[in-house]
Design a protein around this ligand. Structure first.
Ligand code: NAD
Length: 260
């Protein structure tokens, strides 16, 4: 079904993005990896997906704060893989601080990577998808795209923003074989979350497992992390023909978090 489709996944050198790259490759799709990474590591990751799944995997070091590099990444995908069929906007960072102390450069960086980059990838990919009459845009938002928590103003503004962008793009492309949806995960154990666990443990002099139990998973009714593979499977489903009538949706995968 996704065999030989071209899938661009921003921020796919780590965590959820890397898991999605593997899941799409397992369906026979060719992959454009992107994200921050040391040269040797990315070559290892690229080669391992390519040989395990017998697909083509390329890499763009495009910085998601730089519009020209983002446009080049989409052009390179079209040139080297032949098309841009699925776009997954996944790159993201976090910064935790009270709003009145939030550093303005951190605000700008979080909004640029978590929200504005998705505008730039989408505006470059949609004309290619319109030409081929088929496309899937999947935005990795968050439970924090639907509800808030204190001290994460930039992240939550960006994630609420991407839910709005998702609905608008869905309406604009609804008659062109293109769908645009958001996935809203709860806590997933990735480097982004490991950093928050470490920071909280250090700041409050608490053991990590207590931070996980009492702070991190406090909002997640299952009291379990969502698995990377579960998020990846939902992304693959949204890219499938079975999901052709799902567009403009924000799909929670959060162990019940936003049911509160
Ligand atoms: P992660 O830190 O493991 O991965 C983030 C990826 O973004 C990495 O590949 C990194 O290199 C890339 N990235 C960062 N800055 C970049 C830049 N300037 N240009 C290009 N790439 C850049 O984090 P993750 O947890 O896998 O997060 C992936 C997405 O999932 C993010 O959008 C995050 O907000 C979202 N999310 C994560 C969780 C969670 O609990 N982990 C929950 C909800 C939503």
């Amino acid at each position: 079904m996704l065999k030989e489709k071209s899938v661009v996944i921003t921020g796919s050198t780590s965590g959820i993005g890397f898991g999605m790259a593997r899941a799409f490759a397992a369906q026979g799709a060719n992959i454009m990896l992107n994200g921050l990474c040391e040269g040797g590591e990315i070559e290892k990751a690229r080669g391992s997906i390519e040989s395990e799944f017998n697909v083509k995997v390329i890499y763009s070091p495009a910085d998601m704060t730089k519009p020209e590099e983002i446009a080049d990444m989409i052009t390179d995908t079209k040139c080297e893989l032949g098309s841009v069929d699925v776009l997954v906007n996944n790159a993201g960072i976090q910064h935790v601080s009270p709003v009145d102390e939030f550093p303005t450069d951190k605000w700008d960086q979080v909004i640029a990577i978590n929200l504005t980059a998705a505008f730039h990838t989408t505006r470059a990919a949609v004309p290619l998808m319109k030409d081929s009459g088929w496309g899937r845009i999947i935005n990795i938002a968050s439970a924090h795209g639907l509800v808030a928590s204190p001290f994460k103003s930039a992240y939550i503004a960006a994630k609420h923003g991407i839910v709005g962008l998702t609905k608008t793009v869905a309406l604009e492309t609804a008659q062109q074989g293109i769908t645009c949806n958001a996935i809203c995960p709860g806590w997933v154990k990735t480097p982004l979350v490991e950093k928050q666990i470490d920071a909280h443990a250090q700041a409050h002099d608490l053991p990590r497992d207590e931070v996980i139990r009492k702070v991190i998973l406090e909002r997640q009714p299952t009291k379990q992390f969502v698995k990377i593979e579960e998020v990846a499977a939902l992304a693959v489903f949204l890219a499938s023909d079975a999901a052709a009538s799902i567009t403009g949706a924000s799909m929670s995968i959060d162990g019940g978090w936003v049911a509160h």
